[in-house]
Design a protein around this ligand. Structure first.
Ligand SMILES: [Zn+2]
Length: 422
């Protein structure tokens, strides 16, 4: 049997989560899940562990929790059913024009590209795309300038989506944001737009957006494994494939809060900035710097999920960088306003704070890199919905309410930049 294993591992068979339950274990104990051969741990933090449990492993899990202490909570009965809901919507879109793709559905990578071509073709004065690199599987990494011809004298805001493949709500928000900016540039939508977005966003600022930072990972999360996080580039010398693109940047690279094990979800890559995606982001931000003659970049926002927290730099450990960032006060105030605005919309609570104060430290993150290497004034990860009931599997019917919240948050951020960062 062993002989066939490498073949199977390399095949295009999609990973099935049929009958897998999404489980939360409330426990501060360390568990050894080695016996659960068919199950996968997604998340471990101080008080809880989340994993997908195959029915064959459920009895073993119960025993493990009995021995170690803790409590099992079944969050979702069948993970595959959640995945299938999005696959069925994609099947129904098959003959639709990209112009008609619904905004409250998740698009796969190819659909995203088609939609982007449609939008950039229709709005040549409002948005211009630049390909800043190609992935290992030869997908383009595209950055957008909005407006299409930015004014080098104006301040800038940089945003990216989809660093982590399975966090589908992130590119969905980039898409809605791009759409909103285009919509509000059209006269006939005057009454259907928030006045601040309509009258100030593109007039006062240049927006630079990488809507899908990790195209290979994102495509793979549709084709093979919905729970994939990293990119899809093999390591030079390691058993597993894929680098965590939020640990790969050349800022305290390879120190605390990243793994040198290629099989880890937080593998930092073979070297600082080793990954093609990181290099594309570097090319994009250097493009912004050159274009604006080192103009002000007031904010960098990287959209992730989940946990509903507006997380500012630093992520890097205090052992590595003892001092806090010089703009921590600004980031704390602005982050608080963003969280407050987002929480007010639908009553879903968003938190905020400096990453290393409220979470575990991590190294090589894009936000610290943007802050320290590229001189961005304020840098964040915005963790979107939810708080874990669905986690990465957030159903598409939450895209609309998430957009309401994101819109409130980005307006709050914009107003802070406009009023305090000049
Ligand atoms: Zn993420």
């Amino acid at each position: 049997m062993k002989f066939f294993l490498p073949l199977l591992a390399g095949s295009a068979l999609a990973e099935s989560y049929e009958g897998h339950k999404l489980i939360k274990i409330n426990s501060a104990e360390k568990f050894d899940f080695g016996l659960l051969k068919h199950s996968r741990v997604f998340d471990e933090n101080k008080e809880e562990i989340r994993l997908s449990v195959d029915p064959r492993d459920f009895k073993k899990l119960e025993k493990l929790v009995r021995i170690n202490g803790g409590e099992i909570e079944v969050l979702q009965e069948n993970i595959q059913a959640l995945i299938d809901a999005d696959l069925e919507k994609r099947a129904a879109r098959k003959y639709e024009s990209p112009a008609n793709y619904a905004y409250n559905e998740y698009l796969d990578f190819d659909e995203w590209q088609d939609w982007l071509d449609h939008v950039t073709g229709n709005h040549p004065n409002e948005v211009s795309p630049t390909v800043f690199g190609y992935t290992a599987e030869n997908r383009p990494i595209t950055g957008l300038a909005i407006p299409a011809i930015p004014d080098p004298q104006k301040p800038n805001i940089i945003m990216d989506c989809g660093i982590h493949a399975r966090e589908w709500i992130s590119p969905a928000m980039c898409r809605l944001f791009i759409h909103e900016l285009m919509k509000c540039s059209e006269e006939h939508n005057y009454d259907r737009c928030n006045p601040t977005i309509r009258d100030e966003f593109m007039q006062l600022y240049n927006w630079w957006i990488i809507p899908i930072y990790n195209p290979d990972g994102y495509a793979y999360s549709w084709s093979d494994d919905r729970m994939w996080r990293k990119n899809r580039t093999p390591s030079v010398n390691g058993a597993c494939l894929g680098t965590d693109l939020n640990r790969n940047a050349d800022l305290a690279w390879g120190t605390e809060g990243a793994s040198d094990n290629t099989c880890s979800q937080t593998f930092h890559g073979d070297g600082p900035n080793s990954e093609l995606e990181t290099q594309a982001a570097m090319a994009a931000v250097e493009y912004v710097q050159n274009y604006t003659n080192n103009g002000k970049i007031h904010a960098y926002v990287s959209l992730h999920s989940y946990s509903q927290i507006i997380i500012s730099s630093y992520a890097v450990s205090k052992n590595v960088y003892p001092q806090d960032p010089k703009n921590l006060n600004h980031m704390t105030r602005a982050g608080g306003l963003v969280a407050e605005a987002m929480s007010a919309v639908h009553g879903k609570s968003y938190g905020y704070g400096q990453a290393r104060d409220i979470l575990y430290p991590s190294s090589g993150s894009t936000k610290d890199w943007m802050l320290d290497v590229y001189g961005v004034d304020m840098a964040w990860t915005w963790e979107l919905r939810d708080t874990g009931d669905y986690g990465f599997l957030l159903p598409a019917d939450q895209i609309d309410p998430q957009w309401d919240e994101f819109q409130a948050g980005i307006i709050a951020l914009f107003e802070y930049c406009r009023d305090y960062m000049n």
